[in-house]
Design a protein around this ligand. Structure first.
Ligand code: XMP
Length: 327
């Protein structure tokens, strides 16, 4: 398949067109890999999930999916990947719990680019180790989509940290590389993936790592993960859901007051930041209006249930000048 989308290629907008695309790709993948084995890094994001589901349809357990939990995923994500792919689709899924490994490497590192590099490099290392444990892999599947090919400064350009070593340069299988994001979602839906996977908002490769500002500590990361789950749950109920919405946790504490035996006592706690943005291309972004009552619900739930947090802030900064992520 060429890297250029033919002018004549119809835009995939309906389940019927998606089925046709799936049938074509199933045949193409079978012709390409024959009886060979294919390896895929399955993050649980839209693109890799759709590729996984498509390849499972085409070649079943000739596909080996590797899901690396680097400890920076959102609440419930690793569990959902295991449930959908291993339990429901009967995938050959290798789940790698690399949480300690990543967090140990990141301990004390506060520079954002250094953090990104460590996460990217460690990811490749873990993936390579798992790949070496597999026998007879001949192909590497990737969730490359058309904007990844056409845009030099796209969202994925951020986490280009190189790839597998020379002796592991497998032939690539990239069944959705001519599709735009909306088409990938239509295909994912036709493949039966759950809505919260198919319509997932963008999530950076380094995950919560770039939202746990400064040097990551386990307790602050846990507070972020819990607060983020609350923010996502409440904002996703809005009639118009923003393009991206999440939580960040800066590395400072501020004063709070709590009552012990009726007596007020000051203590230091973290502040979490609620962020929501709308954008077309992630190059500029505006901040949507969120009803104050929703912000108050988020505040109350976070303060009541997330240990160590005593303040909730709403980020009204647009891009430019603020970037979408806090790091
Ligand atoms: P910024 O913060 O640069 O984000 O305004 C623009 C978009 O890119 C995402 N982003 C990343 N994605 N790896 C990624 O895969 C990264 O390191 C990274 N940093 C930012 C961000 O979530 C937003 O959608």
């Amino acid at each position: 398949m060429s890297n250029l989308r033919p002018e004549s290629m119809e835009r995939i907008t309906t389940p019927a067109l998606a089925e046709k695309f799936i049938e074509e790709q199933v045949a193409a993948v079978r012709a390409q890999v024959g009886g060979g084995k294919v390896l895929l890094a399955l993050s649980g994001g839209v693109d890799s999930s759709v590729v996984a589901a498509l390849l499972i349809r085409a070649i079943g357990r000739q596909l080996v999916c590797v899901h690396v939990n680097h400890g920076l995923l959102r609440k419930g994500e690793p569990e959902q990947v295991i449930r959908v792919f291993r339990d429901e689709l009967n995938a050959d899924l290798v789940y790698v719990d690399a949480v300690d490994r990543f967090l140990d490497k990141l301990a004390g590192v506060s520079d954002p680019e250094e953090k990104r590099k460590i996460i990217g490099a460690e990811f490749i290392r873990v993936f390579e180790e798992e790949a070496r444990k597999q026998e007879g892999i001949g192909f590497l599947a990737q969730g490359t989509i058309y904007p990844d090919i056409t845009e030099s400064v796209g969202v994925k350009a951020h986490h280009n940290v190189g790839g597998l070593p020379e002796d592991m340069k497998f032939e690539l299988v990239e069944p959705v590389k001519l599709l735009y994001k909306d088409e990938v979602r239509v295909v994912g839906k036709a493949l039966g993936l759950p809505d919260n996977m198919v319509y997932r908002q963008p999530f950076p490769g380094p995950g919560l790592g770039v939202r746990c500002v400064g040097a990551i500590t386990r307790d602050r990361l846990e507070a972020l993960r819990e607060a983020d789950a609350i923010v996502r749950e409440e904002i996703s109920k809005l009639p118009e859901v923003p393009w991206q919405y999440f939580c960040a946790i800066p590395d400072f504490q501020s004063t709070g007051i709590r009552y012990v035996d009726g007596k007020g006592e000051r203590y230091m706690g973290w502040a979490v930041v609620v962020r929501a943005v709308n954008t077309v291309d992630a190059v500029t972004a505006t901040v949507p209006e969120i009803p104050f009552s929703v912000l108050c619900t988020i505040r109350d739930r976070i303060i009541a249930t997330v240990p160590g947090v005593n303040r909730v802030l709403w980020d009204v900064s647009e891009k430019p000048v603020a970037t979408i992520e806090w790091e």
